[in-house]
Design a protein around this ligand. Structure first.
Ligand code: ZN
Ligand code: ZN
Length: 411
């Protein structure tokens, strides 16, 4: 079994929010075996001298789509599953390059990809998957054109592979059970309109309360939880009332819906960067003016939503939701949030809170004995300088996932 002995680093424990010198850390196999403020004596180990750099847990992005490799989701219609997988492999490797050792996929990634990453057939972050994102007919996950009638085959292209449609309590139960049968970690449902779907108004309310309650009941019965795509206070309130655990996006949240979320112990997974990147680049990739108009609506609420959640004590996770070509901006979210939050708070959103969301506290997002050895060695102090995460990982000297080096410049 591999044993690595990390020495001579400043330790960044996200909960402490400050650097601590003088520690040593031992990785054995895929876990952190020991963290000590005193020198550790080992018979046999590979020593990694960090030369005063910062050692911290790997980052967690709580809202990604590794298979949605095109800004214009509609284009995924002509992507076969082989090409979808090849592109996902490329996108996942680049996420790991940027220091994201875990990502929560909120629609698209399946157990096959998860298994491929677990077995290192494809280098990539740990995947927490939803399988298909489920919505009602005509909602955010209904990928059909207006000229399409009936239900499409769900397995022939990357678009139908990622999105599911269900109507009525029994169909919702069946769809949710099906995703759980396929090994999903969380059940993703659509409860309001979306930016990247052409026909549904942003403030549309998707699924009836009975349908949402059915999804929640089934998910809980199987030991899973429901995450809901929702922008408006009405959609957030409905989700909270029905027992949804995490709100995805939530840009237009207000005080009343935030108060309810806090009472219910819910999480927000915000993702600001995608709206700013869409605004910057979407025209060149062919997004429609309808989509861009919806984008303008949510961009306004983006930073405000973080302030509202802070005021109400709602934990906010780091999410990006960047599609395809825009994923290079994954680490820009740090910079955007810095307008209203401290670096320590933002780093916690991408470690501690991310771990809570996927129910892996103590296993990821921390430097504790028994946790997976998902580690970064950073060339500087991110608590002072979040730009260290920029540049596609060039300021990361070490990226280790599960005790295995993805990158090691400290030879
Ligand atoms: Zn969404
Ligand atoms: Zn999304």
């Amino acid at each position: 079994m591999n044993v690595y002995h990390f020495k001579n680093f400043e330790m960044l424990d996200p909960e402490a929010g400050e650097l601590n010198g003088g520690h040593e850390l031992v990785v054995e196999g895929d876990i952190i075996r020991e963290v000590s403020a005193r020198p550790i004596k080992l018979e046999k180990a590979d020593v990694i001298d960090c030369d005063g750099r910062t050692l911290m847990p790997g980052l967690i992005d709580s809202h990604v789509h590794v298979v949605l490799s095109d800004v214009v989701i509609r284009n995924m219609e002509s992507v076969p599953l082989t090409l979808m997988t090849a592109r996902a492999a490329d996108l996942m490797r680049k996420m790991l390059d940027r220091g994201f050792t875990s990502v929560r996929d909120t629609g698209g990634a399946d157990w096959g990809l998860k298994e491929a990453v677990d077995k290192w057939l494809l280098p990539g972050p740990r995947l927490f998957i939803a399988g298909r994102a489920i919505g009602p007919t005509g909602g955010h996950s209904d990928s059909r054109r207006r000229t399409d009638f009936g239900i499409r085959c769900q397995c022939c292209n990357a678009l139908t592979f990622s999105m599911g449609v269900a109507d009525g309590i029994s169909e919702v139960r069946r769809a949710v059970r099906e995703e759980m049968r396929q090994g999903c970690d969380q059940v993703k449902i659509m409860m309001s309109g979306g930016v990247a779907s052409p026909y549904d108004p942003l403030d549309s309310l998707q699924f009836s309360m009975d349908e949402v309650a059915a999804a929640v009941e089934e998910a809980h019965a199987f030991g899973r939880y429901v995450c809901a795509h929702a922008y408006t206070p009405q959609a957030i309130t409905r989700a909270a009332t029905a027992g949804v655990r995490t709100i995805e996006h939530g840009n237009l949240i207000d005080d009343a819906s935030a108060k309810l979320m806090a009472e219910k112990g819910m999480f927000l997974v915000a993702n600001l960067v995608t709206y700013f990147e869409m605004k910057k680049h979407a025209a060149e990739y062919g997004m429609s003016s309808d989509m861009l108009a919806k984008n303008d609506l949510v961009i306004e609420g983006a930073l405000k939503s973080l302030e509202i959640c802070k005021r109400h004590g709602i934990p906010v996770a780091y999410g990006t939701d960047l599609l395809g070509q825009l994923q290079v901006a994954q680490s820009e979210e740090f910079i955007l949030r810095a307008q209203v939050l401290s670096p320590a708070e933002i780093i916690r959103s991408a470690t501690t809170i991310g771990a809570q969301i996927v129910r892996m506290e103590g296993k990821i997002g921390c430097l504790k004995p028994g946790a997976f050895a998902d580690l970064l060695v950073v060339d500087g102090n991110p608590l002072k300088d979040l730009t260290l995460f920029q540049g596609q990982g060039q300021r990361l000297s070490v990226i280790m996932k599960g005790g295995r080096f993805h990158k090691n410049r400290l030879h």
